[in-house]
Design a protein around this ligand. Structure first.
Ligand SMILES: [Ca+2]
Length: 532
């Protein structure tokens, strides 16, 4: 007879706040009900309690017993007993004073009712699977209620006790149902509150596996950031500090203050333990280390130049450091891979100089190049992180397009003189078409805080990500910030604007796309390399 265990667990949900019972006289009817329950005749015991309650019993013992016996029956057959258990939880809750137990019971009732209507309350990313047993559902709901109640506690001691109770409830649950993403989610939250790095790391890794960092779950975002900054990723097994030596020579070990002007960014780079500026041995390409962190992706509602695909703004966690080429890939660099490649001309302008960015390369060319040398393209989330480098404005230089002189090679006054109908910036950057890489931003105006050049302007840069206009509304970017391998031929993301595009498209949040086979004189790319 396992009923005792279930009753104990169910009573765990509502142990606090039960009205005092010791002073009441013995209840002969209750004794009869107890006899039925002990004989395992739970359905009859519940019927007897129903009859009592229908006659108006407000005795909390009757309600508690009905709730717990129904819990045990629910474990045996959740479809038949779910609505009765929900109703029993509600009527029991109504007898309790306002407080955590009452809230927990009501939450549980709501979850049961929702399940009964066939509504899946879990986020859309939740893997569809065989489903939790009735008891596991209750455990999950109880853990969530415990976490919520713990957060509302007024003393740290009580908070910790609540978080610990939830953690202990969730540990066996994730063992029993490792595909239940919500259990991992709650475990991550509990672990971070308790500073339990082992459990936190385990949960965060499971969540990464699901790609389940929902943008609207502020608590979880905080957890992921806390865990990242505590170093689980930088110290984790996947980041191999020594491995850099196998593909690159160290040029500058610690970030140069002239290039990375913000001391805090230099500290974040140093904290990875990885050298800052390295040179890829086979190609000679220089890469800088981009440290992990977080940022707000997309455009605010106040940005009247933004498309709906750039909204809503949402927090992105970049959980892993990565190396990124300081400049766009040049013609000379690309021709070591495909000697016959010509970037061609545009009007009378030559696009084919050695130090100009390679253009007229499609997404397939870019990924073939990366594959050849162990590089990869950035995900769209990584790209905007690197381009913003801590800025929150429309452009790296602020919100005013007219203030960008020296910051980028966009479509400018020199291009407009040639093509008067083009939408252009008011300033003159001196280059109607592509400029040699590495000139923008120039030293006079400032620096990208990560030491990168031409993130905005010069050429649009292919990203690994398949374009999805609605993605920001249901962001499922993985905790490491990287992109999944494309499974469709759909359009690929391009970012950063180019010499051909004016103020609207050279904003940091601007999203562009073309099919993988598209080439043009304003489309190039920039290789990246993981630290795994
Ligand atoms: Ca660019």
């Amino acid at each position: 007879m396992k009923t005792g265990v279930f009753v104990a667990v169910l009573f765990g949900v509502c142990a606090l706040g039960t009205p005092a019972q010791e002073s009441r006289p013995a209840d002969p009817v209750s004794e009869e009900i107890q006899r039925l329950a002990q004989a395992g005749r739970l359905a009859e015991a519940v019927d007897a309690l129903d009859a009592l309650i229908a006659k108006g019993s407000k005795d909390a013992r009757h309600h508690a017993a009905r709730f717990s016996f129904l819990g045990a029956l629910y474990k045996q057959d959740d479809v038949v007993h779910r609505p009765r258990l929900a109703a029993a939880a509600r009527s029991y809750a109504a007898l309790l004073p306002e407080g955590e137990s009452r809230t927990q019971l009501r939450n549980l009732a709501a979850k049961l009712e929702e399940a009964d209507r066939g509504v899946d309350s879990a986020p859309a990313s939740r893997p569809q699977k065989a489903g939790l047993t009735g008891m596991q559902r209750i455990e999950l709901a109880s853990a969530e209620a415990e976490l919520t109640a713990a957060a509302a506690e007024t003393t740290r001691e009580k908070q910790l006790a609540g978080f610990r109770a939830a953690l202990e409830r969730l540990k066996p649950l994730v063992e029993a149902v490792p595909d239940e993403v919500n259990a991992w989610r709650l475990l991550a939250i509990a672990a971070s509150q308790l500073d339990d790095e082992d459990e936190g790391r385990r949960a965060a890794q499971a969540l990464m596996r699901f790609g389940a960092v929902e943008s609207d779950d502020v608590r979880l975002q905080k957890v992921m950031v806390a865990l990242n900054l505590k170093g689980w990723l930088k110290e984790g097994p996947k980041i191999d500090v020594e491995a850099v030596a196998s593909w690159a020579d160290v040029v500058v070990k610690r970030a140069d203050p002239q290039a990375v002007t913000d001391a805090k960014v230099r500290e974040r780079i140093a904290a990875t333990g990885l050298p800052w500026l390295v040179k890829h041995r086979a190609t000679g390409i220089e890469f800088v280390l981009i440290p992990p962190g977080e940022y707000l992706r997309g455009a605010p509602d106040s940005d009247d130049q933004a498309s709906s695909a750039e909204r809503p703004q949402h927090r992105i966690v970049i959980g892993e450091p990565f190396y990124l080429a300081r400049t766009e890939l040049t013609n000379a660099q690309y021709r070591r891979f495909r000697p016959a490649h010509s970037s061609g001309t545009f009007g009378e302008f030559d696009l084919n100089g050695e130090t100009q960015p390679v253009v007229n390369v499609n997404w397939n060319d870019a990924t073939s190049y990366c594959k050849e040398y162990g590089f990869e393209l950035l995900s769209e989330a990584q790209w905007e992180y690197a381009a913003r480098a801590g800025t929150t404005t429309r452009y790296p230089w602020g919100d005013d397009p007219d203030a960008g002189k020296g910051w980028a090679n966009g479509c400018d006054a020199s291009a407009k003189r040639k093509w008067p109908e083009w939408s252009a910036f008011s300033w003159d950057d001196g280059y109607p078409a592509t400029a040699p890489v590495g000139l923008f931003p120039n030293k006079v105006v400032g620096r990208n805080a990560f030491g990168l050049f031409d993130m905005i302007g010069n050429v649009w840069e292919w990203c690994a990500t398949v374009y999805d206009a609605g993605e920001y509304a249901r962001c499922k970017t993985k905790a490491d910030g990287r992109a999944d391998a494309p499974t469709t031929d759909g359009p690929r993301v391009l970012r950063g604007g180019s010499w051909f595009f004016g103020p609207r498209f050279c904003r940091s949040s601007s999203r562009f796309r073309f099919v993988p086979s598209f080439t043009y004189g304003y489309v190039g790319f920039r290789p990246a390399r993981t630290c795994r």
